[in-house]
Write a new protein. Structure first.
Ligand SMILES: *Cc1c(COP(=O)(O)O)cnc(C)c1O
Length: 446
């Protein structure tokens, strides 16, 4: 296993950017919708769902891909994934509302809450959702109460915190962390105690386990360690409870995306632990494997187009200012995410005669009056030709960007245009207006 993972990290995945729109398309779309403008490619969404599922084809049992809609809840994106038959991973009643409005089948929902309130679980169960992941003893009791009121018997999974070291951009598993429960924490908030309770609970049916280690994981040893710990824990549970059986095993998200450095493909990632998963199924009985993903499924589907609105030069530095900012690309500031950026080629070849030599020290700055509003550059970013009036594309912005849009500096939300599978462009979210924002902020009642 370990040697395998070493090999994979050497075989890097392709780093080509997803240029699903031509410069001519971009010039037409910005003429119609203005900038900043998000562009989404439906085909990429389908391709990613397929690729992630196929990556685990060596698993000797059913595999389900679950889309964590927190990464991008644009209804058009949700509806695209419905065509792929993916499961939706939800964490809030707001997300449940979106999924219901999109008319997704409740059978294709896995609900993993952090808050786990009684009324929340009641609404979830009343919506026909059966697969619930509980993360605390209290949450499990709240679910049982809700189940008693609805008369349904939810398939209950326990979110385990395997407390393994995770090297990733965002870690979700660490000792005494917020998510899930440890195997044995010395209190009722432990997987062992919760399994014991579930084995005797009439209102809930034990379904299996869930863990989520982090986001943008490129070192897969954390999965190996977590699965080794799960293996030992499942052996112990079987000894304590003869009827113990895992039907669903969910290994969470974390599949990485190319921003700056090359990352392994999902197939290379699966290669790291599919052998161990098969061994678990052999030892403990076969189960459905669930793979969650937010980032991988949506990131490469989207481009943000912005316009260069100002430039200045001094001491061999050039500052290029665009009409985007971290208010629509928060992870650029929060995680120093190095989105690949590129100046859109000029369509009219007459304009293109004067190639602009861009100084080596070019800084790409956002429109906000805030120190952190400078975009980190990716190794593949190309700012040559940065000139007022030209456009800059930010690639791979489909995950954790639209969902973070905020009105800092009284900024409005950009429109979203989707390139459908038939090649046609379709407005799937209107941009908001200053007037709407003013009203939203209480302008008409203050
Ligand atoms: C955020 C989250 C995911 C998705 O993580 P990605 O890194 O986007 O793949 C999956 N499962 C849970 C429980 C999450 O909170």
């Amino acid at each position: 296993m370990v040697e395998n993972s070493q090999v994979q990290l050497v075989q890097k995945s392709a780093t080509a950017l997803n240029r699903f729109v031509s410069p001519l398309d971009i010039s037409k779309l910005v003429a119609q919708h203005g900038t900043p403008l998000y562009l989404v490619d439906e085909d990429t969404l389908h391709a990613k769902a397929k690729e992630l599922h196929k990556a685990y084809s060596k698993f000797k049992g059913p595999v389900k891909v679950a889309y964590s809609i927190k990464a991008n809840f644009t209804p058009a994106v949700i509806k695209s994934f419905m065509k792929d038959g993916v499961t939706f991973d939800l964490t809030s009643l707001g997300e449940l509302h979106f999924i219901k409005q999109c008319k997704a089948d409740p059978e294709n929902i896995i609900y993993t809450s952090v808050t786990e309130e009684p009324e929340e679980y009641l609404e979830v169960l009343q919506s026909g959702v059966r697969r619930i992941v509980v993360s605390s003893f209290n949450g499990m009791m709240n679910l049982a109460k809700a189940a008693g009121r609805t008369g349904s018997k939810p398939l209950t999974m326990i979110r385990v915190n395997p407390e393994v070291g995770v090297k990733a951009e965002v870690r979700a598993s660490y000792r005494n962390g917020k998510f899930g429960v440890p195997f044995n924490g010395g209190t009722i908030d432990s997987a062992a105690k919760m399994v014991k309770h579930l084995m005797g609970n009439e209102l809930l049916k034990f379904e299996g386990f869930h863990f989520h280690l982090g986001s943008q994981i490129t070192d897969f040893s954390c999965y190996t360690h977590a699965l080794d710990k799960m293996d030992a824990f499942m052996t112990k549970m079987k000894k304590d409870h003869p009827s113990f059986h895992v039907n669903t095993f969910d290994i969470g998200g974390g599949t990485p995306v190319f921003y700056n450095d090359p990352v392994p493909t999902p197939a290379q990632m699966a290669e790291n632990h599919v052998g161990k998963l098969n061994q678990l199924a052999e030892t403990h009985g076969t189960f459905t494997l669930m793979i969650e993903s937010g980032r991988f499924l949506v990131a490469e589907s989207s481009i943000l187009v912005s316009r260069i609105v100002n430039t200045k030069e001094y001491n061999e530095h050039k500052i290029v200012i665009v009409d985007a900012g971290y208010h629509i690309l928060l992870d650029a500031a929060l995680l120093k995410q190095e989105y690949p950026q590129e100046v859109v080629p000029v369509v009219d070849s007459k304009d293109n005669t004067t190639a602009i030599a861009t100084p080596k020290n070019t800084h790409l700055a956002g429109r906000l009056c805030d120190t952190y509003d400078v975009f980190p550059l990716s190794k593949v970013s190309d700012l040559n030709g940065s000139e007022v009036g030209r456009y800059i594309s930010f690639y791979n912005v489909g995950a954790y960007s639209v969902v973070f849009n905020m009105p800092f500096h009284c900024q409005t939300k950009p429109p979203i245009v989707m390139k459908d599978s038939d090649g046609k462009f379709r407005l799937v979210r209107k941009g908001t207006t200053y007037e709407k924002l003013f009203v939203e902020e209480g302008g008409n009642i203050a």
